[in-house]
Write a protein that binds this ligand. Structure first.
Ligand SMILES: C[S@@+](CC[C@H](N)C(=O)[O-])C[C@H]1O[C@@H](n2cnc3c(N)ncnc32)[C@H](O)[C@@H]1O
Length: 319
C-alpha cells in the first residue's frame, strides 16, 4: 500500500515537472521582456451567434463557403463595437490585415466594416485600407481545385472592394516572425488570423503559439484569431495544433496562459464564439485586444511599412 502511494506521488511529481517545463517562463525563447508587474489579462466570454445555426449565404465564396456567413455573423458585431471604442479615444486611419486571405471573402467583408466604424470618419482620418496576405500555391489551389486562389483573390478585390477603401495584395508566405516582428512594426488597427495559424512555419508547440499570440497583441488594437477544434482530425497542419493542445485542450485557458506568462500588460483575450465545423466539431473565435495600442499618427504609414516588409501592392479597381 505504502509502495503504491509512493509510486503515485512520483508519477504526480513527474507530470507536474513536465507541465512546468512546457509552460514555464524559461521554456519560451521569448523575445518579450516579461514585465516585473504580472500581466493582467481580462478574459471575457461573449457568446455571439449560435453555433448550431449556419445561414447559407449565396454570396459567400472561398474556403468553407457554406460556413463563411456564420463565421462573419460571430465576428462582425463584436469587431464593429470594439473598433468604434478604439476610435472614440484614438481616431486614426483604419487598416486591416487578413492573413491567409485565400479567395478574399473576409478581406472584402473587413473592408466593408472598416469604412463604417463610428468615430473614425474617413474624411477626417483617411480612407480605410485592407491588406490581403496570401501565399497562393498549393494552399490556395487546394480549395479552388483548379485555379490558384490568388487569381480569384485579385479579381474579387478588384471588383468587390467598396470604392472608398484601398485594397492591397501581399503575395507572401508568412512565418512566426511576421507576427512577432513585422506586424508590430506596421501597427495595423485589426488583424484577421482565421483558420490559418496552424499552417504557419515555426509556430510550433506552446512556446511558438504564445510568441505568435503576444506578437499579435502587440501589433494591433484587435486581432481575431480562429483556431481548430482540439478533436479535429485529418486537417491540414494537424501536427502543429496537436502540439499546441498537448497539455491544455480548453482553448480559452490556453490563450489566457500565454497572455499571463508571456505577453505585455494590457492584453485581453475574449472568446467571441464558435461556428460548426464538421460532425459535432466547431472552430473557436477569439479576439486578442490591446487597450494600450498606439495608433499610427501619420496617414499611410502602415501601408508604407507593409509595402516594404511584406511586398504589398495596391490593387486597382476594375469595376
Ligand atoms: C484554411 S484557409 C483559410 C482561409 C481564410 N482565412 C478563411 O478562414 O476562410 C488557409 C489559407 O491560408 C493560406 N496560407 C497558409 N499558410 C500561409 C502562410 N504561411 N502565409 C500566407 N498564407 C498562408 C492558404 O494558402 C489558404 O488560402
Amino acid at each position: 500500500m505504502q509502495l503504491r502511494r509512493l509510486l503515485v506521488s512520483i508519477v504526480l511529481v513527474v507530470i507536474a515537472l513536465m507541465l512546468g517545463l512546457a509552460l514555464g517562463p524559461g521554456s519560451a525563447e521569448s523575445m518579450y521582456t516579461v514585465e516585473s508587474e504580472p500581466a493582467t489579462p481580462v478574459v471575457e466570454s461573449t457568446r455571439v451567434g449560435t453555433p448550431t445555426q449556419v445561414k447559407r449565404n449565396a454570396t459567400s465564396w472561398g474556403y468553407a463557403a457554406d460556413r463563411n456567413a456564420a463565421r462573419l455573423e460571430v465576428i462582425e458585431p463584436w469587431l464593429r463595437s470594439a473598433l468604434s471604442q478604439v476610435c472614440r479615444t484614438r481616431p486614426h486611419q483604419l487598416t486591416g490585415i487578413d492573413f491567409g486571405a485565400d479567395q478574399g471573402y473576409f478581406s472584402v467583408e473587413l473592408a466593408k466594416l472598416l469604412r463604417s466604424v463610428d468615430h473614425c470618419d474617413a474624411h477626417v482620418v483617411g480612407a480605410a485600407q485592407v491588406f490581403a496576405v496570401e501565399k497562393g500555391g498549393p494552399g490556395g489551389t487546394l480549395w479552388s481545385k483548379t485555379t490558384n486562389a490568388t487569381s480569384i483573390l485579385v479579381s474579387k478585390l478588384q471588383s468587390l472592394l467598396p470604392a472608398d477603401v484601398e485594397g492591397y495584395l501581399c503575395p507572401t508566405e508568412v512565418d512566426r516572425a511576421t507576427f512577432t516582428t513585422v506586424a508590430p512594426q506596421c501597427q495595423p488597427s485589426v488583424q484577421f488570423v482565421l483558420s490559418m495559424l496552424h499552417w504557419v512555419r515555426l509556430v510550433d508547440g506552446v512556446p511558438g503559439l504564445c510568441q505568435a499570440v503576444c506578437g499579435m497583441i502587440r501589433a494591433a488594437a484587435v486581432t481575431v484569431l480562429e483556431l481548430p477544434h482540439p478533436r479535429a482530425r485529418r486537417t491540414y497542419g494537424e501536427s502543429r495544433y496537436r502540439g499546441w493542445y498537448r497539455y491544455e485542450s480548453n482553448l480559452t485557458k490556453l490563450l489566457e496562459g500565454c497572455v499571463v506568462k508571456f505577453c505585455p500588460r494590457c492584453s485581453t483575450v475574449t472568446w467571441i464564439g464558435q461556428t460548426p465545423w464538421g460532425k459535432g466539431l466547431f472552430r473557436e473565435l477569439f479576439a486578442l485586444s490591446n487597450p494600450c495600442w498606439l495608433a499610427p499618427t501619420e496617414q499611410g504609414s502602415t501601408a508604407a511599412c507593409l509595402r516594404g516588409l511584406l511586398g504589398c501592392r495596391k490593387i486597382a479597381r476594375t469595376v
